[in-house]
Design a protein around this ligand. Structure first.
Ligand code: AMP
Length: 375
């Protein structure tokens, strides 16, 4: 089976690693250069979308910010999964919000802003404090503003106006500020036959809007709530593949923050902590194979390696510590790799995270250090 992945980053790389034992061969399409590249070596294998589509049995994506003309050509080939509508929803907060409302899934109150007049109406409808997010192109907390008081309105409007003017299709989505207790996410898969399997929820800690620490949790009540929301969204899209829902947990009530129509950073723990990892399950789904079990086999946390290209050798000596590099050149803040750490009990996992904090730099791994300080 030949699977083409739109996007040539670490997610395509990890799909390739998961696909190899199943004889599922991955090639990656760099949507910027239009080169077909090897997902591990980045070696150029060919050029052009038509070529890439021709060689593929199935086409899928590793990110949502894909030009629509590329998605439309892939759609016409009849080979694209999970559905181009899902990718478009993940890449545009207006479509995403409408999708959540239509699926009857709870999310933060919102309004769409294209003009100064809309901004005034949004302040009345949503109230302050509010979070303002660019509809297109924003991720990991980029393209966002926080409006806390009336005296900030004009300064924030000046920045938002420039953002709206920069792209003809851009707008801002204003959201009520959600006073959440924590952030969790649910990664799961839906097969071609409509079968849904979800992994245990992950509790996520972000630093400056970027995921830094993610831990699989067992909470039957929250899991049931999250699975119902996941199933509603996945069914409404007739989705095929791995999908992630990010939630705010407000006193045990979940609100969806955003959806990611792809394998997700908060699902990397499944490589060591679940029977079948998210990358294999995505490939199984899009190739029309039965889904693999999503059961937790070991308590696992994932630590993102951001902007660093080396780790202390002592980590290799720590039992249950697994290192995954992405083979990228070092840049500040860039997702360079991740560490999965596994344990037989929650207590042991805490002990291992505290031990890791002693080995890892405080500046580069603030979430692990904050965790250690609390335990
Ligand atoms: P996003 O890019 O939408 O995931 O936002 C980045 C981060 O900003 C989230 O992980 C939250 O920590 C925070 N955030 C986003 N939206 C809201 C909201 N409506 N209320 C409170 N915090 C938010």
């Amino acid at each position: 089976m030949q699977v083409l992945v739109l996007g040539a980053g670490q997610l395509a790389r990890m799909m390739s690693l998961a696909g190899a034992p199943l004889n599922i061969n991955i090639s990656a399409f760099d949507v910027g250069s239009e080169n077909i590249v090897h997902p591990l070596t980045q070696a150029v294998l060919g050029h052009g979308l038509e070529n890439a589509i021709e060689q593929a049995d199935v086409i899928t994506a590793e990110f949502e910010h894909i030009p629509h003309h590329i998605l439309d050509v892939c759609e016409q080939s009849g080979k694209f999964l999970p559905t181009t509508d899902a990718i478009k929803a993940g890449g545009d907060r207006r479509i995403e919000k409408a999708l959540l409302d239509n699926a009857g899934v709870k999310n933060a109150k919102y309004a769409v802003i294209s003009s100064r007049e809309d901004f005034t109406k949004a302040i009345e409808h949503v109230g302050m404090p509010m979070v303002l997010k660019s509809a297109l192109g924003g991720y990991d907390g980029k393209g966002q503003w926080r409006l806390k008081s009336a005296d900030q309105v004009e300064a924030i409007w000046a920045e938002m106006e420039a953002c709206i003017a920069a792209t003809s299709t851009q707008a801002i989505v204003a959201e009520e500020f959600v006073p959440f207790n924590r952030e969790v996410s649910l990664v799961g898969a839906r097969g071609k036959d409509g079968q849904v399997e979800v992994y245990p929820l992950a509790e996520n800690v972000h630093t400056d809007g970027v995921l830094s620490l993610s831990t699989a949790i067992e909470d039957a009540g929250l899991q049931e709530q999250a699975k119902a929301m996941f199933t509603a969204v996945a069914n409404s899209l007739d989705y095929v593949g791995v999908l992630a829902l990010e939630f705010f947990d407000v006193d045990g009530q979940l609100l969806v923050n955003e959806i990611a129509p792809r394998v997700h950073n908060s699902g990397h723990w499944t490589q060591q902590g679940a029977v079948t990892c998210q990358f294999e399950n995505h490939l199984r789904a899009v190739c029309g194979l039965p889904l693999g079990s999503t059961k937790l086999i070991r308590k696992t946390s994932m630590i993102n390696i951001l902007g660093e290209d080396s780790l202390p050798t002592s980590l290799f000596a720590m039992e249950g510590c697994h290192i995954h590099w992405y083979g990228k050149d070092k840049r500040p803040g860039r997702k360079m790799g991740h560490i999965n750490v596994c344990a037989d009990s929650n207590e042991e996992l805490v002990t291992k995270l505290v031990a890791l904090a002693r080995e890892l730099d405080k500046e580069a791994y603030p979430a692990v250090h904050a965790f250690a300080a609390q335990h």
